[in-house]
Design a protein. Structure first.
Lengths: 578, 251
């Protein structure tokens, strides 16, 4: 205030020198766009380099707590003069919601200047202290007390709670010398940065007594186990009524203790959901969809939402084994405010595919417990398809490629059924000992025996040529007699006798194993052996041959041909008879 | 009155009559399809109905697989062992049996014995039950044919061919022996698998006798003498004891 008066004095002295006015500006500004019910913001409307009255803007439902305060300033720098007039309002809201501060207007010269409208968001207060806590606090100490209030008193494990430590004082002069924050057993705490501790602009009346209020501290608490978790009282030490003449006196104040009932997370958590509580979205992106083998690509997976983002761990990537992967880079954009922890955490993976082909990454999943939906949720990102083209070959990348790797066995299971014909056979059936087997064994033996018998007989006959000749004599004779018979029928004289001669002569020679010239009566009689009719038969046979010869070479036929033929047949039959 | 009775008789006759080959093959194909779709219980029921009247290593192996998938490890082992009896040295059966054995409780250190290699063992076992019987028939036929040829030949060659025929006859004789051995192994396996979760093996065939050791489901034992519902069992490591026959399933 002192300084601005000084500036005012100087500008008043300098002003008559009369330099040209600078560019005119008109703007409205708030010190923050988001605040809680019960706290306040400052709206400042500033008009620069012009002198005009301006109208109060439409505050859109916000109420003015203090102000407007007006201030003006003049600057004269390097021969340039500038001036500004500003008006400040301290505003508050009683209900959460979105409020729009309308444009302020100013009449400058002949025209109207307007500011841009401003939108502010009012959140549900986390630090409002219940009447019960105020009453209890007042009973502990009428002049100075502290309360710990929680935004919720019944939460799930991992769900966030805002704890607010508020100081209420009736002393006009108070200096905080130290405070011992309670040990937070079972909680994971995160400080909410709220700047310097100051007295609030408003006072609170409890049972007719007015108190000044200061929020000492705000914390985000994440319960780590279920059950009733107790927050011990906060103890503060203050020095009050200190002045130049007075050293002041030391006062201690104790807050209430408080309890949170922490419910366990429901069972049947999907894998990976343990300890992840909040409301999240899961998105992913891949920086390219086509690359060469051994080139790098970047996969970004982002978890955004409200909850304990700082505890979110790297999602498990189920990548094909021939994709090389490096540890992810974690990027946090997390804000911790009275509304809780929110923002996003993203994981950037550098991936290098080592082989060509179509590569499908993901889908990647994130599972968490959503306290708003009161259940587990699994969200997924992807899958992403990348076309990997063959690498350039050779070069450094080729050298860096890992050598042949063993096939990794992920799990074991029994082998699949046999496909195709099972080769079923009737139960209890087998070849050995069956009739088929016995007959199969017997058949070749029988065949062999038959063969051997035939063979034996044949060999025996081959070993005895005379016997064979004798056996065949009848056959040959029969054939020749047939010829003779044919000649007889044809009434051919010469062929008949030739055939008859040959038949008889040949038969006798073969039958009795005689040479061609040996066929005579004596030899025949000897060959016939001890038959009683041997001599007679021999004589008859020789006589018959002689008759044939006679008839053959001389035209003298002793007997009719038919009779001769029949006699020869009878003779042979008689010889054959034993 | 007579007609329904006759129909009933016919029906029961068809029920008793063995399933024909075509039906069995159809059922097996349906069971395989069910197994492939993950319906192991359905597949098991179908395979079991085929197993009533038909046998093959592939069928026993399939039933073993169904039991394994349904978590009946001892039964799976029983059927794998049966499949191995029907087709000794089958690679797939051995692999699955190994996996099933890993899920059993007992570790029995086998006494060191002379073991033949897989290929040799498979050859010796024959591909199927009748392989050696067929080989004996072929060998015998060949021996007879060679002997017959030998009869036709001159003296020098005849000795060689007749020696070959003798070799074939010897082969046929050995084949008959091996076929008989296979048949005996299949019809009297002499081994069983413990199917109860836990069995006490006692020193005598009665309850209350000294408990020598404890066996768990899936362990293979060799069968010995039997006595009033009890059997004498021998473990692969040589331990001998008595246990109730009901706790065992013969391979």
């Amino acid at each position: 205030m002192m300084r601005s008066t000084l500036i005012l004095l100087i500008t008043a002295l300098v002003l008559p020198l009369g330099l040209a006015a600078q560019e005119i500006g008109f703007e409205a500004r708030v010190d923050r766009n988001t605040f809680e019910v019960g706290s306040s913001i400052r709206l400042t409307v500033t008009l620069t380099n012009a002198k005009a009255g301006f109208a109060e803007p439409d505050l859109g439902g916000l109420t003015v707590v203090q102000g407007p305060f007006e201030s003006s300033s003049f600057n004269y720098i390097n021969g340039r003069m500038s001036s500004s007039v500003s008006r400040t309002y301290v505003l508050t809201a009683t209900r959460p919601g979105t409020y729009t501060i309308g444009p302020a207007t100013a009449q400058v010269g002949g025209g109207t200047l307007r500011t841009q409208p401003i939108t502010v968001k009012v959140e549900k207060g986390s630090g409002t202290t219940s009447d019960r806590l105020l009453n209890e606090g007042q009973q502990r100490d009428r002049d100075l007390f502290v309360t710990i209030s929680l935004s919720k008193d019944k939460v799930h494990v991992g769900e966030q709670v805002v704890a607010t430590y508020t100081l209420f004082s009736r002393y006009p002069n108070l200096e905080l010398s130290k405070y011992d924050l309670p040990a937070l057993n079972g909680f994971w705490a995160e400080e909410i940065d709220q700047g310097e501790t100051t007295w609030e602009d408003r006072t609170t009346t409890v049972n007719g007594l007015q108190y000044r209020v200061a929020v000492l501290k705000k914390q985000l608490l994440f319960p780590q186990r279920s059950g009733k978790l107790r927050i011990e009282p906060l103890r503060i030490t203050c020095i009050v009524n200190r002045s130049f003449f007075n050293r002041g006196s030391q006062v201690e104040a104790l807050s209430n203790a408080t309890e949170v009932q922490v419910l366990p997370l429901p069972p049947n958590a999907p894998p990976g959901a343990e300890g992840t509580v909040g409301t999240y979205t899961f998105t992913g992106s891949l920086d390219r969809d086509r690359l060469r083998a051994d080139e790098a690509m970047e996969l970004t997976l982002t978890v955004a939402g409200t909850g304990n983002l700082k505890l979110i761990e790297e999602p498990a990537l189920d990548l094909p084994p021939d994709v090389e992967r490096y540890d992810p880079k974690v990027n946090d954009r997390i804000t911790v405010s009275g509304g809780g922890m929110s923002g996003s955490r993203s994981f950037q993976y550098l991936l290098i595919p080592r082989h060509a082909g179509e590569l499908v990454l993901g889908p990647f999943t994130l599972s968490f417990y959503d306290p708003e939906a009161d259940g587990y949720r699994t969200v997924q990102a992807g899958p992403f398809t990348v076309q990997v083209e063959p690498g350039t070959g050779g070069g450094q990348a080729q050298l860096m490629r890992p050598s042949k790797a063993d096939v990794e066995v992920l799990d074991t299971d029994i082998r699949f059924l046999r496909t195709g014909d099972l080769g079923l056979r009737p139960a209890g059936h087998h070849l050995l000992g069956s009739w088929a087997w016995w007959s199969g064994m017997a058949a070749p033996v029988l065949a062999f025996a038959l063969f051997a018998l035939v063979r034996h007989r044949r060999e025996k006959s081959l070993a005895d040529p005379l016997g064979r000749r004798r056996r065949e004599a009848d056959k040959v004779a029969r054939k020749r007699f047939k010829e003779a018979h044919a000649a007889l029928q044809n009434n051919a004289r010469e062929p008949f006798y030739t055939a008859m001669n040959k038949a008889l002569h040949g038969y006798l020679a073969d039958r009795f194993a005689l040479g061609a010239a040996e066929v005579n009566e004596t030899a025949l009689a000897r060959a016939l052996g001890d038959r009683p009719d041997a001599a007679a038969l021999a004589r008859q046979a020789v006589a018959l041959i002689a008759a044939c010869d006679m008839a053959r070479y001389a035209p003298l036929e002793t007997k009719p041909r038919q009779a001769m033929y029949e006699e020869a047949i009878a003779l042979v039959q008689q010889l054959e008879r034993p | 009155m007579r007609a329904p009775a006759l129909a009933l008789c016919l029906l029961s006759a068809t029920l008793v009559m063995a399933m024909d080959r075509t039906t069995a093959d159809t059922l097996a194909a349906r069971a395989t399809a069910a197994y492939a779709k993950g319906d192991h219980a359905g597949a098991l029921a179908l395979f079991d109905s085929v197993y009533q009247d038909w046998r093959s290593a592939g069928l026993a192996y399939a039933i073993g697989n169904c039991h394994f998938k349904l978590g009946h490890v001892p039964q799976a082992i029983v059927y794998y062992e049966r499949a191995l009896l029907l087709e000794p040295g089958a690679e797939d059966v051995k692999a699955n049996l190994e996996l099933a054995r890993q899920r059993t409780m007992d570790r029995v250190n086998e006494l060191p014995t002379f073991r033949l290699g897989g290929t040799w063992e498979r050859w010796l076992g024959g591909h199927d039950l009748d392989q050696w019987a067929r080989r004996s028939l072929w060998g015998w036929c060949l021996a007879c044919a060679l002997a017959a040829v030998g009869l036709l030949l001159r003296a020098t060659l005849r000795t060689t061919v007749l020696a070959l025929a003798g070799g074939c006859a010897l082969f046929a004789a050995v084949s008959v022996g091996l076929a008989a051995r296979r048949l005996r192994a299949v019809e009297h396996p002499g081994a069983a698998i413990v199917v109860q979760p836990r069995v006490d093996v006692r020193s005598e065939p009665r309850d209350g006798a000294t408990t020598l050791f404890m066996l768990h489901a899936g362990t293979k034992v060799a069968l010995g003498a039997a006595n009033a519902g009890w059997v004498e069992v021998t473990l692969a490591n040589g331990h001998v004891g008595w246990m109730p026959a009901a706790a065992l399933e013969t391979i």
